[in-house]
Design a binder for this molecule. Structure first.
Ligand SMILES: NC(=O)C[C@H](N)C(=O)O
Length: 339
């Protein structure tokens, strides 16, 4: 790697909260597949935006996550999805809220960023724009799962207030991805169904730049998850980047912002962060947060506090030596399951 080059990384999360043990395996399987897919796309195209979007789209299709199919429901039993993309090169933003009948809100957020003069589209306007852009339409039945229905029934039966509900008790979770390429270019992507029992029209943290996510090539990239109304009030994503700019490491900055949020406005959350130098920050003060990243030939993942599992990409390195110069290096993937 040339000097001043960053070792590329793609880091994703599958939601923070009180995730029941019965949901852990499904989330871990999903998050490992999603990060591999995002990494593969990134290697094929060299594009961080394409890589992060591919990882998010995988999780939007997997009902182990609260995004796209599997999104949680409003008190009226409906889905209102939200998504945000931030491109760190010139801090361009694309965001949608109150979106229905599409599988990939993240694709719609990207279209807002690339094809409109605006940053955020909401409700009918966002849905109509998706239709005009030719995004495939799906019925609500294709998106609403049994898990989401029973989480709402339980919520209504127990007469809960969404503000006192610990996020993730439905067992699913918001999804997010951050990445940096070799030139230090970064993006942040986040997608969610929000929180079970939210009011119709509620806007959470996810679609709000600086709360649900943020990216600035001069500093780093963040995606958050957890109690959205608290994350929103404390501008968690932007705060993390501010702390990094002041000299804190990615982990210290995430911890300071999230513990600061819990102390100042209450509730719990988590965040994933990469810096412009490729430093990784993973922190949550909720009970669990599924996360995974690939850098080089290693896949790291975890879901419990302090847990980190590392998988190695098995390889043979064949080195051809000619004229006393190391000429060529060929890497053969032996482990077909890795990618
Ligand atoms: N699970 C989550 O991360 C929920 C999301 N932050 C929201 O409150 O809308």
């Amino acid at each position: 790697m040339a000097e001043n080059q960053v070792e590329p990384i793609i880091l994703i999360h599958g939601g923070a909260g009180d995730i029941p043990e019965s949901k852990v395996q499904g989330k871990l399987d999903g998050i490992r597949k999603a990060v591999r897919l995002g990494h593969k796309k990134f290697l094929e195209t060299g594009c961080v935006l394409g890589g992060t979007q591919a990882a998010i789209e995988y999780m939007e299709e997997d009902d182990n996550f609260n995004a796209g199919r599997g999104s949680v429901l409003t008190t009226e039993g409906e889905i209102e999805m939200e998504a945000l993309i931030v491109d760190g090169k010139d801090i361009k933003v694309g965001s949608v809220t109150g979106v229905k009948n599409i599988l990939h809100p993240i694709a719609l957020a990207r279209l807002v960023m690339e094809k409109t003069p605006h940053g955020i589209l909401s409700g009918d306007g966002a849905n109509e724009f998706g239709l005009r852009m030719g995004l495939p339409q799906v019925s609500e039945c294709d998106l609403i799962t049994e898990t989401a229905r029973s989480a709402l029934e339980k919520f209504l039966r127990e007469g809960k207030d969404p503000n006192v509900t610990e996020i993730g008790s439905s067992g699913v979770g918001t999804v997010g991805a951050v990445a940096v390429d070799a030139r230090g270019h970064m993006v942040s992507c986040t997608s969610t169904g929000g929180i079970t029992g939210k009011m119709k029209g509620r806007v959470g943290d996810t679609p709000i730049p600086g709360s649900g996510g943020y990216a600035d090539d001069n500093i780093g990239s963040v995606s958050t998850t957890g109690h959205g109304d608290s994350i929103l009030r404390y501008c968690v994503a932007h705060r993390i980047l501010n702390y990094i700019e002041q000299g804190l490491s990615a982990t210290e900055a995430s911890q300071k912002a999230l513990d600061g949020m819990a102390a100042r406005v209450g509730k719990t959350a988590g965040a994933i962060t990469v810096t412009k130098t490729g430093e990784v920050g993973i922190y949550f003060n909720s009970q669990k947060m599924a996360w995974a990243y690939i850098r080089g030939n290693k896949l790291h993942y975890g879901i419990q506090p302090g847990q980190e599992v590392v998988l190695y990409h098995k390889e043979i390195v064949v080195i051809i030596k000619r004229n006393k110069n190391w000429l060529n290096m060929c890497i053969i993937n032996l482990d077909k399951n890795w990618l």
